[in-house]
Design a protein. Structure first.
Length: 423
């Protein structure tokens, strides 16, 4: 007869520490690998689509429209994607999203192979990619927390940000070089393969999802009514949490003024700096490298208590960076400035994600990210505004106007946003 205690029979579960602690989890390693692959495909595809539209039309404004078409679906599908991530299997949502990404890549490959490409058809595929992203991001971030647990939520979310940025430089440089040497078609083929393998990696993530299947399965009108109630009721609940409402408001404004700088990157490379598709790849790669640095920085600061103050500082530096980028006509200097802007962009994203995950209940994590996607869905306003100013005046003016707007926002945050300062 055995009389030993449980602690004598089995060793205690090790508690991992350090900025890379989430990678000790096997399921998280699969999810992180998926993030690397899908991030690689995303960077290549976004760069190539923007270059292709500018090359076919010669219009900075239509290039901006392609960015607006990608972000506008977030206004409708962001809350829906968040609700689905809370009510259904997040792993399956991500697998379906990866499949849709493959379809978009194949469609783009087909279009660029035609002698007379239809820009309206390109815009339709870009819109489909935007809809897919609205379902992908809430499921990804919520699944990361499922895998690593609430205790390591900040680290897990920041590590996923690292994954999506880590391959950005490789994806952007590869895309730019391939456009110059072999044309845009091959870029979409490689992106499609990355999405497919990423979908397989997601299928290997096995974890218990809190609240999944609770209360049984409803059918027909009752199911539809419950889903609509969950979607829009979740938004009301989120806005009822003061810090969450503040975060979403700042997310919307920074998206409009800051993140839309990518809208004019093709024109910056071609018309201002004169460096072509390869130069655009280098600029985008530096933004990605900066993004990786920013994500790693936020990962290292995941246990820091005053993240709100960091967010305000980031907004200020972001503004200075955009003004500097608008003034610069020297390619090496522009590369450095874009890297700084990339650091600010990814740091701000990662901080928002970690603060949202830390301030909502477990069963609302997907809807919290859905609310964030809804907020950044207003980025189409900034894309069109930047494109219009660049078309009428210049790329430099467009970037400088938005940079000044961010400086004003940071000043207002210091003066009035007490909830953000204390977060």
């Amino acid at each position: 007869m055995q009389t030993g205690t449980t602690s004598e029979q089995s060793p205690p579960i090790p508690v991992h520490t350090g900025p890379l602690r989430s990678l000790h989890n096997n399921a998280f390693r699969w999810l992180w690998t998926a993030g690397l692959l899908i991030g690689f495909g995303n960077w290549m595809q976004r760069l190539t689509i923007s270059w292709f539209v500018l090359d076919q039309t010669g219009s900075v404004f239509l290039t901006a429209v392609s960015f607006a078409v990608r972000s506008a679906p977030n206004l409708i599908f962001g809350p829906v994607g968040g609700a689905i991530a809370d009510r259904y299997s997040r792993r399956k949502v991500l697998m379906i999203a990866a499949g849709l990404k493959v379809s978009v890549a194949v469609g783009m490959w087909f279009l660029v192979a035609q002698s007379d490409s239809l820009i309206w058809a390109v815009m339709v595929l870009v819109g489909l990619a935007g809809i897919t992203a609205a379902f992908e991001l809430p499921a990804t971030q919520a699944l990361a927390v499922d895998v690593v647990g609430r205790r390591n939520a900040s680290n897990g979310v920041a590590m996923m940000s690292v994954a999506t940025r880590a391959v950005g430089a490789i994806g952007a440089l590869t895309g730019g070089l391939l456009i110059e040497s072999a044309g845009p078609g091959i870029v979409f083929v490689i992106a499609g393969l990355a999405f497919a393998i990423g979908g397989f990696a997601v299928s290997r993530v096995v974890v218990v999802q809190p609240g999944l299947g609770v209360g049984g399965t409803s059918h027909g009108l009752r199911a539809v009514g419950g889903f609509i109630s969950s979607t829009f009721g979740g938004i009301r609940l989120l806005l009822g949490i003061p810090i969450v409402a503040t975060l979403l408001t700042f997310a919307m404004v920074v998206e409009i003024l800051g993140f839309t700088f990518q809208t004019v990157m093709p024109s910056l490379a071609e018309d201002v700096l004169g460096v072509g598709a390869t130069g655009l790849g280098a600029l985008t790669a530096m933004a990605a490298i900066g993004g990786l640095v920013g994500s790693v920085l936020i990962t290292a600061l995941s246990d820091f208590g005053r993240k709100g103050l960091i967010a305000i500082a980031i907004i200020f530096i972001y503004g200075v960076g955009l003004i500097s980028l608008g003034i610069s006509e020297i390619f090496p200097l522009s590369l450095f400035i874009v890297a700084v802007v990339g650091i600010m962009a990814s740091s701000f994203d990662a901080l928002q994600w970690t603060l949202l995950m830390a301030n909502v209940p477990d069963d609302m994590r997907g809807r919290a990210m859905g609310g964030w996607i809804f907020a950044i869905g207003f980025g189409w306003v900034g894309s069109l505004e930047l494109g219009l100013i660049a078309e009428v005046y210049s790329v430099g003016w467009a970037l400088s106007v938005n940079g000044i707007g961010l400086l004003i926002l940071a000043t207002l945050a210091v003066m009035f946003a007490s909830r953000l300062r204390r977060a």
